[in-house]
Design a protein around this ligand. Sequence first.
Ligand code: ADP
Ligand code: ZN
Length: 636
Amino acid sequence: MSSSSPPDPAATTAPGAGNTGPSSSAPAPEVRPAFSLGGQQGTPSYSQLLQDIKTGRVESLELSPGQRLVTATFKDGKTRQVPIFSDNQQLLRTAEQAKVPLSVRDERRDDAMAGLVTNGLLVILLIAGLTLLVRRSAQVANKALGFGRSQPRLQEEGAIAVRFEDVAGITEAKEELQEVVTFLRTPERFTSIGARIPKGVLLVGPPGTGKTLLARAIAGEAGVPFFSMAATEFVEMFVGVGASRVRDLFRKAKAKAPCIIFIDEIDAVGRQRGAGIGGGNDEREQTLNQLLTEMDGFEDNSGVILLAATNRLDVLDTALLRPGRFDRRISVDLPDRAGREEILSVHARTRPLAAEVSLADWARRTPGFSGADLANLLNEAAILTARRQKSQVDDQAIGDALERITMGLAAAPLQDSAKKRLIAYHEIGHALLTTLVPHADKLDKVTLLPRAGGVGGFARTMPDEDILDSGLISKAYLRARLVVALGGRAAEIVVFGPSEVTQGASSDLQLVRRICRDMVLRYGFSSLGPLALEEEGEEVFLGRDWIRSSPHTSVRTGNRIDEQVRKLAVEALEKAVAVLTPRRELIDELVNRLIELETIDGDSFRSLVETYEERGSAVAAQTGGKADVEAAQVGV
Ligand code: ADP
Ligand code: ZN
């Protein structure tokens, strides 16, 4: 269940995180997650599907053994194709246990052999499916090369009824994409003044937050055709098929320009080439190369706009993110309380609600829900209402539906509890330090919303634009970052005592290690002197770290490096504790506020802190004491 080596959280959000600086300690927008809730980070969509089946979200399944695909139809009407392994016992068993009907696609006629399949039959079908797979692979190859199936789904202009008003709770993303709509409608306005519209827009965010919906809304608003395909559909078992599908897709799209191409789950083809362990995948690389070629091949302003969605910005090949390709990234986050209320009202438009129902209350009770979850909630409630032969969806129905949905969720959204308080203290620790410590990044927001990655909450910071632009990192800046990174652990120490600290800070500690090592080994920021003990760019991606040897250092130097690294970290923790200790009252206040609101944005947070600090210094001035004021000016 646990995912191996979690990706650098700093790289998962926010524009520019991947390639702004020479190393991980370069300024980059950053999310500091805490407290793994045993979630789904990096889970391949196969296990996600199993989870969805178990939690009753899947309506039916259709197996296509020849393509090694299973098509899942979800209760919310969505379908998704997921590649399966040849040994899909697990899938069959899970489907059987959850009583989800499963059918097998008869590929000779290429239509579905529908029907419910019950217990004993499942095994026979599996064997039949596998036999089919082996026997017909040659035939399939021929057909596949001629694009036998998996055509891009095309919706003609006018066919798309989705509008921006159907997408709620993600205002920023909508605003950014408004421009694309304007361009598709009146390209002359841009071309006449020589403006270049991005050809590729990457929507980054957890599943179900409305990325597909947003892409369709753009096509709907602009009245242009919409081509969509999941990247998993490109990747076939025969080398070359994916690439030719990409070519085919772009050829068709160009003929229909202006139009939109939407590629879902682009990480399925867009993973870093030749990195990591276990070698590459020829088919995937060819497909990716073809995609890059196609993107370079169509001219600016040709009217084809490529939108792609992913949950894993960190694993994407950097070539995809270069200018002229997916050079615009828009993050689509899980909605906060206000956003959830908006989304609920969008989905309540077609469903008669009883007068008693307060969507604001339901938004309060659904922390961590994505747009898709909320849509599902109201849909389930409507189903229950129909079953009870009532004409209006009431609180009872929504409550029962909520129960049904959350009971099964792997990482249940946190309700108020001791654990939630602990996470709140931890995150407030980060947020407060980044606000108080000079040179530190600016707080963007602090939140207790659990993320799809199985994270209980986070404090997100934004680097100073000057630092970002200049690319110059000062020693003071890095020391401030260390203090902030250790802020979560420090808060736990201050509030709960040194023996009560939790493992929730483990990803913070990894960040600390990286920063400290960079300071000592690469930037000469320690008493070891102005020496780079490591070449630039040596440390890049996953596996490479493992096979690297350190030719520049002797054992003795190695020991001294470790010593310096430890010293930096210990000093930073001491500093963090020193800043937090005199502010216990403020910390409690902020924690209560955070638990109430779930999210506090940077500006509100800063003004809360400012008010408190002013109060503190007024008291100090009256009593003649200066302790608090001095503590506010901790230098780092
Ligand atoms: P993603 O592509 O991010 O995984 P989708 O766009 O497929 O998510 O969302 C699935 C469904 O959930 C949508 O069709 C819509 O009904 C609902 N939904 C998701 N996000 C939103 C939103 N922001 N506003 C309204 N409905 C939403
Ligand atoms: Zn933390």
